[in-house]
Design a protein around this ligand. Structure first.
Ligand code: DX5
Ligand code: ZN
Length: 229
């Protein structure tokens, strides 16, 4: 790993999925006070993943209440049909799943043309090597470290090797694509996640895993600092 990637600051993206659905506004305030860099917004359709979450009206309402950028993770079949609505509702970044997208180039272009950052999310069983030809046309890769569909699952350590392989692919091609990781990140593994080359850590349940959520956010950030690796 290069010195440059070790000295980069990790960006924290708290996930709304872990918050109390009766008080998403309160969660936004909490995440802002805890120094969130992005708000992770998990969209689940009950088809691509076996669960439903929230969608466009919720994004629109919350977007009006914060200046933090929304990081939209579309866990949906046929994401193209929904893209424009999410982009209009305030998504600053949109990731579609590699496994759900037929014409990835076209979809990524569409997101970028709307002025948002374009990402591709990959399931744990999908090799990062499949992204080699897409990398020049995307802004970030969202590596799933759990099988998507539910918060609170156990981190899959094989995601770390995928992050290292992807980091090498990106550096080898002289590209600037960013690596995000999503699922099961907590105080015990965040240092290893960042050491593997991950720049954006998406965290849900670990923020509410006992104790004060603000203190938990600050501990996660502290444990991800390069000097503590
Ligand atoms: C899982 C979602 C995640 C989830 C992360 O399908 O994509 O973003 O909110 O939550 P934790 O940190 O609880 O695994
Ligand atoms: Zn997610």
């Amino acid at each position: 790993m290069s010195l440059t990637s070790l000295t980069k600051t990790m960006r924290l993206a708290p996930s709304l999925l872990a918050a109390d659905p009766a008080d998403f506004g309160g969660a936004l305030t909490l995440y802002e006070r805890g120094g969130a860099d992005l708000i992770h917004f998990d969209v689940m359709d009950g088809h691509f993943v076996p669960n439903l979450s929230f969608g466009i009206p919720v994004l629109k309402a919350l977007h009006a209440r914060t200046r933090l950028p929304f990081d939209v993770h579309l866990m949906v079949a046929n994401p193209d049909r929904l893209l424009d609505d999410y982009l209009k509702a305030g998504a600053a970044r949109v990731a579609v799943h590699w496994e759900a997208t037929t014409h990835l180039d076209r979809t990524l272009d569409h997101i970028r043309q709307a002025g948002a950052k374009a990402g591709v999310a990959v399931n744990p069983a999908t090799p990062v090597e499949l992204l080699v030809d897409a990398l020049p046309r995307l802004d970030y890769v969202l590596l799933m470290s759990v099988n998507p569909g539910f918060g609170g699952q156990t981190f899959l350590p094989r995601a770390l090797d995928k992050a290292r392989r992807l980091r090498e692919m990106i550096a080898g091609a002289g590209l600037a694509a960013e690596i995000a990781m999503d699922g099961g990140i907590d105080r015990g593994n965040i240092a290893r996640v960042v050491a593997a080359g991950v720049e954006v850590c998406i965290v849900g349940s670990a923020i509410f895993a006992g104790g004060d959520p603000l203190a938990n956010m600050s501990e996660l950030r502290e444990r991800a600092r390069p000097e503590t690796l």
